[in-house]
Design a protein around this ligand. Sequence first.
Ligand SMILES: *[C@@H]1O[C@H](CO)[C@@H](O)[C@H](O)[C@H]1NC(C)=O
Ligand SMILES: *[C@@H]1O[C@H](CO)[C@@H](O)[C@H](O)[C@H]1NC(C)=O
Ligand SMILES: *[C@@H]1O[C@H](CO)[C@@H](O)[C@H](O)[C@H]1NC(C)=O
Ligand SMILES: *[C@@H]1O[C@H](CO)[C@@H](O)[C@H](O)[C@H]1NC(C)=O
Ligand SMILES: *[C@@H]1O[C@H](CO)[C@@H](O)[C@H](O)[C@H]1NC(C)=O
Length: 655
Amino acid sequence: MAAAERHARDGDRSGPAWADAQGTLELQIVQGLAPDAERAETSRPLLSISLSYPAIFALGFGCALSYGYWRSEQLPLPDPLRERARVASNSFFKAFDEMMSSDTVESLLRTTSRMKEVLDLQALSNATLGLTDIVKNRTSLGVKDLLPDWQVPAISQVLGKSERVGIRMAREGKRVKHPVIMVPGIITTGLEVWDGEDCIKNYFRQRIWGTTTMLQAMVRDPDCWVRHMTLNATTGLDPLQQPFFNRTIRIRPSQGFESADFFLGGYWLWGLMIESLADIGYDQNSMYMASYDWRLSFSDMEKRDWYFTRLMQQIETLVRMNHERAAIVAHSMGGNLFHYFMQWVTDNVHPNWVHNHIQSIILISSPLLGLPKPYFSLLTGDNRDFATMGTFSAVVDHYFGSSTRRSLWRSCSSLSMIMPIGGDAIWGHKVTGMPLAQVEGRNLTVEEAYNLLASKKQVPADLQRIEAWLLEGLRASRPPHSAPNGKSDVFWGNALASVLPFAPQMRMYALYGVGVPTEYTGALGMTGDDIQRPKYAIDREAHSPNAGFLLGDGDYSCPVLSLGFMCLKGWNSEERNPARIPCTVREYKDKSGKSVISGSLRGGPSSGDHVDILGNVELLEDLLSLVSGGSLEPRIVSDLAEAAQRWDDSSDGSG
Ligand SMILES: *[C@@H]1O[C@H](CO)[C@@H](O)[C@H](O)[C@H]1NC(C)=O
Ligand SMILES: *[C@@H]1O[C@H](CO)[C@@H](O)[C@H](O)[C@H]1NC(C)=O
Ligand SMILES: *[C@@H]1O[C@H](CO)[C@@H](O)[C@H](O)[C@H]1NC(C)=O
Ligand SMILES: *[C@@H]1O[C@H](CO)[C@@H](O)[C@H](O)[C@H]1NC(C)=O
Ligand SMILES: *[C@@H]1O[C@H](CO)[C@@H](O)[C@H](O)[C@H]1NC(C)=O
């Protein structure tokens, strides 16, 4: 009933209306997920999150949901069936936990086989068969139907016949040189409960983001879960507890290498890289994972958690311990965050701090100029195919209506930090050949698109705290002559509009995958009144079969221009880079191909995917060379250079 009401309230037809008034079960989550699976098949030549994951999720959720539902509603269901669902959902979660906490490829594959066994279990088949009996005329839930090509690859299929990258590189003489600081991207750090309402108390110090605990917490009480994940819309900081409103909810980032080495629905975030670094001699004395609460705006990370201060001290310590300046390895939004950090440290600590402590910045898949997806999330609540979230995004989609989702994403200020940056100068028709957004068929300029979200005339109440960024910081395409309102940090998140510190001996690298279709243009329809539900929604009928988006070259999440423009051209300007720090672009053409490990979890050793690239063998080799003191040849295989020529970097680009 709660769920049905919630979706009625949000007016969202796509939710899991799995209970209707008659008390029959309608496991729409399964039906809802199936088209996504198809879509992943057609729009994404990669297998990573292809058929198997949605199917596993669907199945697990089918069981968990029905079990939870029966327990809470006391439906008059036959006991044997209820028992079977309980057994099924328990063994599912157990196997899933094992799978998700495997920290090497070998153990991943082992647990993946276990998962298959679990899925083939009679109990599960029985439970789902039983369900199909009850849910007559509904989609069949048979295991066999859901997993037509589920197969577990052999280890050699995934890794090739070769040995571990790090072991080979160690033999070739690569050793620890520069201490490595890893800065993870958005979404991918685990978040733990430190204080909360009664409904979540027994998850103390467990993750409500990033493991199956999260799924369990969600299944048990979705409203409670989302209340804890959502920050206060006015402050962008911790919300208060209900019903007394005088204690804050505290959700804090997990710490250490475990915080980001794997993520639900997306294996090997950093696991393989840590393993490779360890193989050439790295350990806690020479590397550090700088995890953070990815929901906060960059400035709030310092304000609430002193993140920059701590990061600075960690770097200083490792530099002292190793007698070498540090190599920063930043993935995805981590690159944007580190850029911001350099501004902060130069302004607050010492103008030479970067010069004295940083040897190189290795940006992996870092969208320094943003990407379209977060814009659409903030506008519509859409989060489907948020690559770093894996299939979990589909689960969020199905649990919460679009208004709830939009509130959740709007409360996460970080999302706005990776919206398309630089306005029409970068994202306009002239450079990309595509508009950023279309409304009912009309192509908008980038400025118009920004204004749909927040304009000088009107900034929505839940975005007012980041007004300066949305109206000024984000839109600039060159370093401004004076900062608005005297606030110097407004432009720090914008690589186009801020100046690199003077560090002539530092080196920068942008490594990223290309050759994967990536969203550039979203088609919007006007569907809501902006009170009951968002005014705009992605028009999934448009641009078939890509469910509302026009695609271009990139790494599945980020268009190639955002990954390479700053390095190739933006930092060639003395205005932004007075020390003329060289930056090397190196692209990795996606070669994962679907055939190699169909049914496996991730993209394999030569994937160019936004996240999977952290396990790309060639990239790992290059990275090990760099941190052990080597260099790297530039390589551009996309049409980045031609696109960069279309970018007119001399104009002010304000319109
Ligand atoms: C599944 O059902 C079959 C027959 O309906 C039964 O023999 C078997 O014991 C059941 N298995 C479990 C684990 O419940
Ligand atoms: C269920 O399907 C059967 C045969 O496919 C059909 O006769 C029946 O009317 C359906 N029931 C409902 C409620 O749709
Ligand atoms: C959010 O913070 C503001 C300002 O501190 C406060 O007035 C408001 O009650 C808070 N809202 C919630 C839902 O906690
Ligand atoms: C919290 O606020 C409520 C309402 O103002 C008050 O009744 C209660 O005593 C407060 N609790 C604490 C622990 O301060
Ligand atoms: C809008 O943009 C698309 C994609 O670039 C283009 O094909 C179409 O012709 C444009 N429409 C108009 C009316 O300019």
